[in-house]
Design a protein around this ligand. Structure first.
Ligand code: BG6
Length: 364
């Protein structure tokens, strides 16, 4: 059942190239995207004043990437909320709001309650889910299925990367309807998206490098994951993975914000994972990494293969295949999943069933 892997998590990490490929199947044309279960006309999209993304846990981290992409591409304002907070906030939504709920299982009670609240307030609801016929899929107006296949390990991996792809597809769909993306840009994006399954495999091929890096985390108590923009969103997911399955405290921080408060917590005992894929802020991120190096932190850097100079600023670098900045999260998170996995194994934790957590939480 584990297909020769020691744990479901490792199997599911390795299924990502296939899961990404399946999630793209039949959805890309040369010019745009086709979403079979989404029935939003351009006129309907144009009457939305904003987008509200609601989810829990890992799915909410996919939502943060979605916000960045939809705002960037479709120029629509996007809010992201945690489902358990959303309902009690008396959210400002109405029939001019597009609510997007993201849920691997489609059964998370908080997310389902948020969906119902959104409907009560008159919003249109698109669900991004991995389970056909789940409650969320049935109750939403439109569905974007992630074709990750069953995810057994409590810590989400392939569901997250396919949710990210769902955000890419939705972002392109909305941008097309709004007319906010030049044809050359969407063609370049689509061409780059098609490369992702192969590139995800290239990242997985570096597994042994990550396994080695993980050994130095056995006795660690605190870590920071830092980055800017989309790297910051991925940092949150990387930190969550490490916390969930290895019980090491990890904090995700916007790289530029460290100096406004928590830089004092960084010492030689606090390894830092520095994510630097976003080209527009690369130099700035490197400066922030130098700030933590100055506090004697050991830094593992993640960047594109072209940024060979990064090794001068950090202790170790994991290089990623080149893609467009917007698509980087799908590749960047893979080494972080592997890191969490190998640290968990090295610390003797129960990787697939971490303490106190359930795969799907059906109470609020
Ligand atoms: C949690 C799981 O409680 O539910 C997380 O432990 C998951 O891994 C979260 O991200 C949300 O689940 P779902 O099924 O709604 O995506």
């Amino acid at each position: 059942e584990k297909g020769g892997y020691e744990h479901f998590m490792l199997k599911e990490i390795h299924e990502q190239p296939r899961a990404l490929k399946d999630t793209l199947l039949g959805r890309l044309t040369d010019y745009g995207v086709e979403l079979q279960e989404v029935d939003l006309t351009a006129a309907e999209v144009n009457q939305f004043h904003k987008v509200y993304i609601v989810a829990c846990g890992t799915a909410s981290h996919a939502g943060l990437v979605g916000k960045n992409l939809i705002e960037r591409w479709a120029r629509m304002p996007v809010e992201v909320d945690i489902a358990s907070e959303f309902r009690y906030r008396r959210p400002l939504i109405d029939e001019h709001t597009l609510v997007v709920v993201i849920s691997q299982s489609g059964e998370t009670a908080d997310t389902l309650a948020a969906l119902r609240e959104a409907h009560r307030l008159g919003a249109r609801v698109v669900a991004v889910t991995n389970v056909v016929g789940s409650s969320v899929a049935r109750e939403a107006d439109d569905v974007i299925y992630t074709w990750a296949g069953p995810e057994i390990a409590v810590a989400s991996t392939k569901a997250y990367t396919t949710q990210l792809l769902g955000m890419v597809l939705l972002g392109l769909y909305l941008a097309e309807a709004k007319g906010t993306m030049p044809a050359e840009k969407s063609q370049a994006l689509i061409a780059a998206v098609r490369e992702l399954p192969r590139q995800a495999q290239e990242v997985l091929d570096q597994q042994e490098v990550i396994k080695k890096l993980a050994q130095s985390f056995i006795a660690v108590e605190d870590t920071f994951f830092i980055g800017r923009g989309l790297d910051w969103a991925v940092a949150m997911e990387g930190a969550l993975k490490l916390k969930e399955i290895s019980y090491i405290h990890a904090e995700a921080y916007a790289a530029g914000e460290l100096k406004h408060g928590t830089l004092a917590l960084i010492t030689e005992e606090t390894p830092v994972i520095g994510l630097a894929t976003q080209r527009g802020v690369y130099e700035k991120t490197i400066s922030n990494i130098k700030e933590v190096k100055a506090r004697d932190a050991k830094v593992i850097g993640l960047t594109f293969a072209g940024n060979k100079d990064m090794h001068k600023s950090v202790d170790q670098v994991v290089y990623l295949p080149e893609t467009l900045d917007e698509l980087a999260p799908i590749l960047t998170v893979i080494p972080l999943q592997l890191l969490a996995y190998y640290v968990s194994v090295a610390r003797g934790c129960d990787v697939d069933k971490p303490r106190n957590l359930a795969k799907s939480v059906t109470v609020e």
